[in-house]
Design a protein around this ligand. Structure first.
Ligand code: FES
Ligand SMILES: [Fe+2]
Length: 460
Protein backbone atom coordinates (compact mmCIF):
# COMPACT_ATOMS: atom_id res chain seq x y z
CA UNK A 1 0.00 0.00 0.00
CA UNK A 2 1.41 3.37 -1.02
CA UNK A 3 2.25 5.46 1.97
CA UNK A 4 3.00 9.14 2.37
CA UNK A 5 6.47 10.49 3.05
CA UNK A 6 7.70 12.59 5.92
CA UNK A 7 7.60 15.67 3.67
CA UNK A 8 3.90 15.11 2.97
CA UNK A 9 3.18 15.74 6.65
CA UNK A 10 3.35 19.50 6.08
CA UNK A 11 0.10 19.27 4.10
CA UNK A 12 -3.40 19.06 5.58
CA UNK A 13 -4.05 15.33 6.02
CA UNK A 14 -6.75 13.10 7.42
CA UNK A 15 -6.96 9.52 8.69
CA UNK A 16 -9.86 7.41 9.85
CA UNK A 17 -10.77 5.87 13.20
CA UNK A 18 -10.03 2.22 12.48
CA UNK A 19 -6.76 2.28 14.42
CA UNK A 20 -8.61 3.39 17.56
CA UNK A 21 -11.86 1.48 17.35
CA UNK A 22 -11.48 -1.77 15.42
CA UNK A 23 -10.95 -5.08 17.22
CA UNK A 24 -9.53 -6.47 14.04
CA UNK A 25 -6.97 -3.65 13.92
CA UNK A 26 -6.01 -4.35 17.55
CA UNK A 27 -5.53 -8.01 16.59
CA UNK A 28 -3.33 -6.92 13.67
CA UNK A 29 -1.22 -4.85 16.05
CA UNK A 30 -0.63 -8.00 18.07
CA UNK A 31 0.78 -9.72 15.00
CA UNK A 32 2.43 -6.91 13.07
CA UNK A 33 3.41 -4.18 15.50
CA UNK A 34 4.28 -5.34 19.01
CA UNK A 35 6.43 -8.36 18.00
CA UNK A 36 8.53 -6.17 15.66
CA UNK A 37 9.38 -3.03 17.63
CA UNK A 38 11.77 -2.05 20.38
CA UNK A 39 9.77 -1.14 23.46
CA UNK A 40 10.63 -0.26 27.04
CA UNK A 41 10.18 -3.12 29.47
CA UNK A 42 11.49 -1.41 32.63
CA UNK A 43 14.21 0.86 33.98
CA UNK A 44 17.49 -0.92 34.58
CA UNK A 45 17.60 0.52 38.12
CA UNK A 46 14.92 -2.05 38.98
CA UNK A 47 17.40 -4.85 38.25
CA UNK A 48 20.44 -4.01 40.41
CA UNK A 49 21.42 -7.55 41.48
CA UNK A 50 22.17 -10.74 39.60
CA UNK A 51 18.96 -12.79 39.58
CA UNK A 52 16.62 -9.77 39.75
CA UNK A 53 13.78 -10.16 37.28
CA UNK A 54 10.62 -8.36 36.20
CA UNK A 55 7.83 -9.34 33.81
CA UNK A 56 6.63 -7.17 30.94
CA UNK A 57 3.37 -8.09 29.22
CA UNK A 58 2.33 -6.81 25.81
CA UNK A 59 -0.64 -8.26 23.95
CA UNK A 60 -0.65 -12.01 24.60
CA UNK A 61 3.09 -12.07 25.14
CA UNK A 62 4.80 -12.02 28.49
CA UNK A 63 8.53 -11.41 28.72
CA UNK A 64 10.85 -12.02 31.65
CA UNK A 65 13.62 -9.42 31.83
CA UNK A 66 16.43 -10.32 34.20
CA UNK A 67 19.96 -9.61 35.23
CA UNK A 68 22.30 -12.54 34.61
CA UNK A 69 25.54 -10.60 35.18
CA UNK A 70 26.73 -7.12 36.13
CA UNK A 71 26.59 -4.18 33.71
CA UNK A 72 24.26 -3.33 30.84
CA UNK A 73 25.55 -6.42 29.02
CA UNK A 74 24.26 -8.62 31.83
CA UNK A 75 20.59 -8.01 31.02
CA UNK A 76 18.68 -10.91 29.39
CA UNK A 77 15.10 -11.35 28.27
CA UNK A 78 13.11 -14.53 27.61
CA UNK A 79 9.57 -15.37 26.65
CA UNK A 80 7.74 -16.23 29.85
CA UNK A 81 6.76 -19.72 28.81
CA UNK A 82 7.98 -23.20 29.63
CA UNK A 83 9.03 -25.10 26.48
CA UNK A 84 7.54 -28.35 27.82
CA UNK A 85 3.79 -27.78 27.58
CA UNK A 86 3.49 -24.03 27.71
CA UNK A 87 2.87 -23.04 31.31
CA UNK A 88 3.89 -19.49 32.16
CA UNK A 89 7.09 -19.74 34.18
CA UNK A 90 6.14 -16.68 36.22
CA UNK A 91 2.39 -16.27 36.79
CA UNK A 92 1.20 -12.88 35.55
CA UNK A 93 -2.35 -12.33 36.84
CA UNK A 94 -4.56 -9.77 35.09
CA UNK A 95 -4.67 -6.56 37.06
CA UNK A 96 -1.11 -6.92 38.36
CA UNK A 97 1.27 -4.34 36.87
CA UNK A 98 4.32 -6.60 36.78
CA UNK A 99 5.82 -9.44 38.77
CA UNK A 100 9.25 -9.00 40.31
CA UNK A 101 11.68 -11.02 42.34
CA UNK A 102 15.16 -12.48 42.54
CA UNK A 103 15.89 -16.02 41.39
CA UNK A 104 18.93 -18.00 40.34
CA UNK A 105 16.72 -20.51 38.57
CA UNK A 106 13.17 -20.72 37.31
CA UNK A 107 11.31 -23.92 38.16
CA UNK A 108 8.17 -24.57 36.16
CA UNK A 109 5.20 -25.15 38.45
CA UNK A 110 3.71 -27.89 36.26
CA UNK A 111 6.33 -30.67 35.87
CA UNK A 112 9.37 -29.06 37.40
CA UNK A 113 11.53 -28.37 34.36
CA UNK A 114 14.16 -25.91 35.53
CA UNK A 115 16.07 -23.12 33.80
CA UNK A 116 19.06 -21.07 34.84
CA UNK A 117 19.22 -17.27 34.41
CA UNK A 118 20.86 -17.71 31.00
CA UNK A 119 17.68 -19.49 29.89
CA UNK A 120 19.34 -22.93 29.67
CA UNK A 121 17.43 -25.98 30.76
CA UNK A 122 19.16 -27.60 33.75
CA UNK A 123 16.59 -30.19 34.81
CA UNK A 124 14.10 -32.44 33.03
CA UNK A 125 12.27 -35.13 35.00
CA UNK A 126 12.81 -38.55 33.38
CA UNK A 127 14.64 -37.12 30.39
CA UNK A 128 15.50 -40.64 29.14
CA UNK A 129 11.82 -41.12 28.23
CA UNK A 130 12.43 -38.87 25.21
CA UNK A 131 15.02 -41.37 23.92
CA UNK A 132 17.58 -38.65 23.21
CA UNK A 133 15.13 -36.56 21.20
CA UNK A 134 15.46 -33.45 23.31
CA UNK A 135 18.12 -30.90 22.38
CA UNK A 136 19.27 -27.79 24.22
CA UNK A 137 17.63 -25.78 21.42
CA UNK A 138 14.16 -27.16 22.05
CA UNK A 139 14.35 -27.24 25.84
CA UNK A 140 15.84 -23.81 26.57
CA UNK A 141 13.82 -20.64 27.06
CA UNK A 142 13.04 -18.66 23.91
CA UNK A 143 15.23 -15.56 23.91
CA UNK A 144 14.00 -12.01 23.39
CA UNK A 145 16.38 -9.25 22.33
CA UNK A 146 17.21 -6.83 25.15
CA UNK A 147 19.32 -3.68 24.93
CA UNK A 148 19.82 -0.75 27.28
CA UNK A 149 19.61 2.92 26.34
CA UNK A 150 19.26 5.89 28.69
CA UNK A 151 18.72 3.61 31.67
CA UNK A 152 15.75 1.90 30.01
CA UNK A 153 15.75 -1.80 29.15
CA UNK A 154 14.20 -2.11 25.71
CA UNK A 155 13.06 -5.48 24.40
CA UNK A 156 12.27 -6.70 20.90
CA UNK A 157 10.76 -10.08 20.03
CA UNK A 158 12.08 -9.89 16.45
CA UNK A 159 15.42 -11.70 16.22
CA UNK A 160 16.12 -9.86 12.95
CA UNK A 161 15.34 -6.37 14.25
CA UNK A 162 17.88 -3.59 13.70
CA UNK A 163 19.95 -2.72 16.79
CA UNK A 164 18.17 -0.47 19.28
CA UNK A 165 20.35 2.57 18.64
CA UNK A 166 19.57 2.34 14.93
CA UNK A 167 15.85 2.07 15.66
CA UNK A 168 16.09 5.15 17.92
CA UNK A 169 17.95 7.14 15.26
CA UNK A 170 17.62 10.86 15.98
CA UNK A 171 16.23 10.10 19.42
CA UNK A 172 19.67 8.79 20.34
CA UNK A 173 21.45 11.78 18.77
CA UNK A 174 19.23 14.48 20.31
CA UNK A 175 18.21 12.95 23.63
CA UNK A 176 21.43 11.04 24.33
CA UNK A 177 23.11 14.15 25.82
CA UNK A 178 20.40 14.36 28.51
CA UNK A 179 21.93 11.24 30.11
CA UNK A 180 18.66 9.73 31.31
CA UNK A 181 20.68 6.78 32.64
CA UNK A 182 21.75 9.04 35.52
CA UNK A 183 18.15 9.80 36.49
CA UNK A 184 16.05 7.69 38.84
CA UNK A 185 12.33 7.21 39.37
CA UNK A 186 10.70 9.96 41.43
CA UNK A 187 7.24 8.38 41.22
CA UNK A 188 5.50 5.88 38.94
CA UNK A 189 1.80 5.25 38.53
CA UNK A 190 -0.53 3.27 36.33
CA UNK A 191 -4.22 2.86 35.70
CA UNK A 192 -6.48 0.84 33.39
CA UNK A 193 -8.19 3.60 31.44
CA UNK A 194 -11.18 3.45 29.04
CA UNK A 195 -9.64 4.44 25.72
CA UNK A 196 -7.36 3.00 23.07
CA UNK A 197 -3.63 3.04 23.90
CA UNK A 198 -3.07 5.46 21.01
CA UNK A 199 -5.88 7.80 22.06
CA UNK A 200 -4.15 7.97 25.45
CA UNK A 201 -0.63 8.50 24.14
CA UNK A 202 -1.74 11.11 21.63
CA UNK A 203 -3.21 13.20 24.46
CA UNK A 204 0.43 13.82 25.44
CA UNK A 205 1.97 14.13 22.00
CA UNK A 206 1.00 17.64 20.97
CA UNK A 207 0.94 20.96 22.86
CA UNK A 208 -1.80 22.26 20.53
CA UNK A 209 -4.28 21.19 23.23
CA UNK A 210 -2.73 23.30 25.99
CA UNK A 211 -4.78 26.40 25.19
CA UNK A 212 -8.06 24.47 25.11
CA UNK A 213 -7.45 21.94 27.88
CA UNK A 214 -5.02 23.50 30.35
CA UNK A 215 -6.48 27.00 30.16
CA UNK A 216 -5.00 28.01 33.53
CA UNK A 217 -1.50 27.79 32.00
CA UNK A 218 -2.28 30.60 29.56
CA UNK A 219 -1.77 33.09 32.37
CA UNK A 220 1.95 32.28 32.49
CA UNK A 221 3.18 31.59 29.01
CA UNK A 222 2.51 31.37 25.31
CA UNK A 223 1.79 27.97 23.88
CA UNK A 224 2.03 28.25 20.14
CA UNK A 225 3.52 24.88 19.29
CA UNK A 226 5.46 23.22 16.51
CA UNK A 227 6.07 19.56 15.83
CA UNK A 228 8.39 17.66 13.58
CA UNK A 229 8.86 14.12 12.36
CA UNK A 230 12.12 12.23 12.70
CA UNK A 231 11.47 8.99 10.86
CA UNK A 232 9.57 6.70 13.23
CA UNK A 233 9.70 9.24 16.02
CA UNK A 234 8.71 12.86 16.48
CA UNK A 235 9.19 15.99 18.56
CA UNK A 236 7.02 18.87 19.66
CA UNK A 237 7.74 22.09 21.48
CA UNK A 238 6.71 25.64 22.01
CA UNK A 239 7.66 28.21 19.44
CA UNK A 240 8.88 31.00 21.68
CA UNK A 241 8.78 33.50 18.87
CA UNK A 242 5.24 32.48 17.99
CA UNK A 243 6.08 32.35 14.32
CA UNK A 244 3.57 30.39 12.30
CA UNK A 245 5.98 30.40 9.39
CA UNK A 246 8.40 27.96 11.02
CA UNK A 247 7.22 24.98 9.07
CA UNK A 248 10.49 23.34 8.15
CA UNK A 249 10.79 19.99 9.86
CA UNK A 250 14.31 20.58 11.10
CA UNK A 251 13.91 24.25 12.08
CA UNK A 252 11.80 24.02 15.16
CA UNK A 253 13.38 26.92 17.07
CA UNK A 254 14.09 27.03 20.76
CA UNK A 255 11.70 25.29 23.06
CA UNK A 256 11.92 23.45 26.33
CA UNK A 257 10.18 23.39 29.65
CA UNK A 258 12.69 25.88 31.10
CA UNK A 259 11.47 28.96 29.28
CA UNK A 260 10.57 32.53 29.89
CA UNK A 261 7.14 33.52 31.20
CA UNK A 262 5.00 36.17 29.59
CA UNK A 263 3.63 39.53 30.77
CA UNK A 264 5.01 42.77 32.20
CA UNK A 265 7.60 41.23 34.47
CA UNK A 266 9.06 38.02 33.02
CA UNK A 267 11.20 37.60 36.18
CA UNK A 268 7.98 36.89 38.06
CA UNK A 269 6.11 35.04 35.32
CA UNK A 270 9.09 32.76 34.63
CA UNK A 271 8.90 31.72 38.26
CA UNK A 272 5.12 31.40 38.15
CA UNK A 273 5.34 29.26 35.03
CA UNK A 274 7.96 26.95 36.56
CA UNK A 275 6.06 26.69 39.85
CA UNK A 276 2.75 26.04 38.10
CA UNK A 277 4.32 23.37 35.88
CA UNK A 278 5.93 21.70 38.87
CA UNK A 279 2.97 21.74 41.23
CA UNK A 280 0.15 20.93 38.83
CA UNK A 281 1.99 18.25 36.82
CA UNK A 282 2.37 16.09 39.92
CA UNK A 283 5.79 17.51 40.89
CA UNK A 284 7.40 16.74 37.59
CA UNK A 285 8.07 18.82 34.45
CA UNK A 286 10.56 20.80 36.56
CA UNK A 287 12.52 20.35 39.79
CA UNK A 288 12.55 21.91 43.23
CA UNK A 289 15.96 23.37 42.42
CA UNK A 290 14.68 25.06 39.26
CA UNK A 291 11.57 26.41 40.97
CA UNK A 292 13.55 27.80 43.93
CA UNK A 293 16.12 29.42 41.66
CA UNK A 294 13.30 30.96 39.59
CA UNK A 295 11.76 32.38 42.75
CA UNK A 296 14.94 34.39 43.38
CA UNK A 297 14.96 35.98 39.90
CA UNK A 298 13.01 38.98 41.12
CA UNK A 299 15.67 39.67 43.80
CA UNK A 300 18.73 38.86 41.72
CA UNK A 301 17.92 40.68 38.46
CA UNK A 302 16.88 44.29 37.76
CA UNK A 303 13.47 45.02 36.33
CA UNK A 304 13.53 45.07 32.54
CA UNK A 305 16.12 42.31 32.17
CA UNK A 306 15.58 40.75 28.72
CA UNK A 307 14.03 37.28 28.55
CA UNK A 308 17.14 35.55 27.25
CA UNK A 309 19.22 36.93 30.13
CA UNK A 310 16.59 35.87 32.64
CA UNK A 311 16.76 32.30 31.36
CA UNK A 312 20.58 32.32 31.31
CA UNK A 313 20.77 33.62 34.88
CA UNK A 314 18.10 31.23 36.10
CA UNK A 315 19.77 28.16 34.63
CA UNK A 316 23.20 29.23 35.84
CA UNK A 317 22.06 29.67 39.44
CA UNK A 318 19.99 26.47 39.41
CA UNK A 319 23.00 24.60 38.06
CA UNK A 320 25.16 25.97 40.88
CA UNK A 321 22.49 25.10 43.46
CA UNK A 322 22.32 21.55 42.17
CA UNK A 323 26.12 21.20 42.06
CA UNK A 324 26.27 22.31 45.71
CA UNK A 325 24.04 19.39 46.69
CA UNK A 326 25.83 16.88 44.48
CA UNK A 327 23.63 16.92 41.39
CA UNK A 328 25.69 17.64 38.30
CA UNK A 329 24.15 18.83 35.06
CA UNK A 330 25.16 17.32 31.75
CA UNK A 331 26.68 19.67 29.20
CA UNK A 332 24.10 19.79 26.46
CA UNK A 333 25.14 21.82 23.38
CA UNK A 334 22.70 24.75 22.85
CA UNK A 335 21.79 23.60 19.35
CA UNK A 336 20.85 20.18 20.73
CA UNK A 337 18.86 21.82 23.54
CA UNK A 338 16.94 23.82 20.94
CA UNK A 339 16.37 20.82 18.67
CA UNK A 340 15.24 18.71 21.63
CA UNK A 341 12.18 20.94 22.08
CA UNK A 342 9.69 19.92 24.73
CA UNK A 343 8.76 16.27 24.27
CA UNK A 344 9.47 13.25 22.08
CA UNK A 345 7.36 10.43 20.81
CA UNK A 346 9.46 7.29 20.74
CA UNK A 347 7.65 4.90 18.42
CA UNK A 348 5.39 3.22 19.16
CA UNK A 349 4.19 3.74 22.73
CA UNK A 350 6.52 6.00 24.67
CA UNK A 351 6.53 9.74 25.29
CA UNK A 352 9.34 11.65 27.01
CA UNK A 353 9.10 15.26 28.14
CA UNK A 354 12.69 16.07 28.93
CA UNK A 355 14.54 18.60 31.06
CA UNK A 356 18.22 18.90 31.91
CA UNK A 357 17.83 17.04 35.20
CA UNK A 358 14.39 15.47 34.88
CA UNK A 359 11.95 13.74 32.56
CA UNK A 360 8.22 13.10 32.59
CA UNK A 361 7.44 9.92 30.69
CA UNK A 362 4.39 8.05 29.49
CA UNK A 363 3.84 4.52 28.25
CA UNK A 364 0.54 3.12 27.03
CA UNK A 365 -0.33 -0.47 26.16
CA UNK A 366 -3.43 -2.31 25.00
CA UNK A 367 -5.49 -3.92 27.75
CA UNK A 368 -6.71 -7.36 26.72
CA UNK A 369 -8.26 -7.45 23.27
CA UNK A 370 -10.51 -4.45 23.79
CA UNK A 371 -9.53 -1.47 21.62
CA UNK A 372 -11.47 0.75 24.03
CA UNK A 373 -9.21 0.02 27.00
CA UNK A 374 -5.56 0.59 27.75
CA UNK A 375 -2.95 0.42 30.45
CA UNK A 376 -1.82 4.00 31.02
CA UNK A 377 1.47 4.56 32.81
CA UNK A 378 3.31 7.71 33.72
CA UNK A 379 6.46 8.31 35.72
CA UNK A 380 8.84 11.06 36.63
CA UNK A 381 12.61 10.72 36.54
CA UNK A 382 15.09 13.03 38.21
CA UNK A 383 18.80 13.30 38.98
CA UNK A 384 19.50 12.86 42.67
CA UNK A 385 22.57 13.24 44.84
CA UNK A 386 24.17 9.83 45.12
CA UNK A 387 22.50 7.77 47.82
CA UNK A 388 19.44 10.04 48.04
CA UNK A 389 17.38 8.39 45.30
CA UNK A 390 13.87 7.64 46.55
CA UNK A 391 12.61 4.07 46.73
CA UNK A 392 9.57 3.78 44.46
CA UNK A 393 7.24 1.10 43.15
CA UNK A 394 4.44 1.04 40.58
CA UNK A 395 1.29 2.35 42.21
CA UNK A 396 -2.16 1.82 40.75
CA UNK A 397 -3.82 5.21 40.92
CA UNK A 398 -7.33 6.28 39.98
CA UNK A 399 -7.43 8.77 37.10
CA UNK A 400 -8.11 11.92 39.10
CA UNK A 401 -6.44 15.17 40.14
CA UNK A 402 -5.74 13.99 43.66
CA UNK A 403 -3.61 11.10 42.40
CA UNK A 404 -2.09 12.60 39.24
CA UNK A 405 -2.20 16.40 39.65
CA UNK A 406 -4.50 18.94 38.00
CA UNK A 407 -2.88 18.90 34.56
CA UNK A 408 -2.98 15.13 33.99
CA UNK A 409 -6.54 15.08 35.31
CA UNK A 410 -7.43 17.59 32.60
CA UNK A 411 -5.87 15.26 30.02
CA UNK A 412 -7.80 12.30 31.47
CA UNK A 413 -10.96 14.40 31.14
CA UNK A 414 -10.52 14.35 27.35
CA UNK A 415 -9.21 10.88 26.56
CA UNK A 416 -12.29 8.72 27.19
CA UNK A 417 -14.55 11.26 25.46
CA UNK A 418 -12.31 11.28 22.40
CA UNK A 419 -12.64 7.49 22.33
CA UNK A 420 -16.43 7.76 22.53
CA UNK A 421 -16.67 10.72 20.16
CA UNK A 422 -14.74 9.00 17.40
CA UNK A 423 -17.46 6.34 17.23
CA UNK A 424 -19.99 8.92 16.09
CA UNK A 425 -21.62 8.32 12.73
CA UNK A 426 -21.15 12.05 12.28
CA UNK A 427 -17.37 11.99 12.63
CA UNK A 428 -15.81 12.39 9.19
CA UNK A 429 -12.23 11.48 10.21
CA UNK A 430 -9.49 13.44 11.93
CA UNK A 431 -8.29 16.91 10.94
CA UNK A 432 -4.89 17.12 12.64
CA UNK A 433 -3.06 20.45 12.61
CA UNK A 434 -0.32 20.12 9.94
CA UNK A 435 2.09 22.29 11.97
CA UNK A 436 1.37 21.63 15.61
CA UNK A 437 0.14 18.01 15.46
CA UNK A 438 2.48 16.66 12.82
CA UNK A 439 3.97 14.32 15.40
CA UNK A 440 0.59 12.57 15.71
CA UNK A 441 0.13 12.31 11.94
CA UNK A 442 3.65 10.92 11.65
CA UNK A 443 2.69 8.26 14.20
CA UNK A 444 -0.20 7.18 11.95
CA UNK A 445 2.04 7.30 8.89
CA UNK A 446 4.38 4.81 10.56
CA UNK A 447 1.59 2.67 11.99
CA UNK A 448 0.18 2.34 8.49
CA UNK A 449 3.55 0.96 7.39
CA UNK A 450 3.67 -1.64 10.14
CA UNK A 451 0.04 -2.72 10.00
CA UNK A 452 -0.37 -2.40 6.23
CA UNK A 453 -3.52 -0.28 6.43
CA UNK A 454 -4.71 2.97 4.91
CA UNK A 455 -2.17 5.76 5.42
CA UNK A 456 -3.09 9.37 6.23
CA UNK A 457 -4.22 11.01 2.98
CA UNK A 458 -4.53 14.53 1.69
CA UNK A 459 -7.65 16.43 2.61
CA UNK A 460 -10.09 17.13 -0.16
S1 FES B 1 4.87 -27.20 31.38
FE1 FES B 1 6.67 -26.66 32.39
S2 FES B 1 7.47 -28.51 33.13
FE2 FES B 1 5.67 -29.07 32.08
FE1 LIG C 1 -2.09 17.94 28.38
Amino acid sequence: MANITQDDLAHPLTYGTEAFLSREYAAAEKELLWPRVWQVAERIEDLPNVGDFVTYNIGDDSIIVLRAAVGDEGIRAFHNVCPHRGRQLVDTPDGVHSVRGNRRSFVCGFHGWTFNIEGQNVYILDEADWQGGLTPECTSLSPVRAEVWGGWVFVNMDADAVPLVEFLGDVDRVLGPFEFAKMRYKWRQWVVYPCNWKTALEAFMEPYHVAGTHTQLLAYGDYYAYSAAYGLHGVSGFDQKGLAAKMAAKDPGAGSVSRVGKGDDPRKSTYELARENYETVNFSASTETLVNAAKRLVDELPEGTPGAEIIAHWLKSARADDAARGVFWPDIPPEIMAEAGLAWHVFPNMSVLQGITFALCYRTRPYGDDPNMCIFESYALERYPEGQEPVTAWVEAEANAEKWGAVLAQDFSNMQWVQKGMKSRGFRGTLPNPHQERKVTNFHRNLADYIGRAAPRRLG
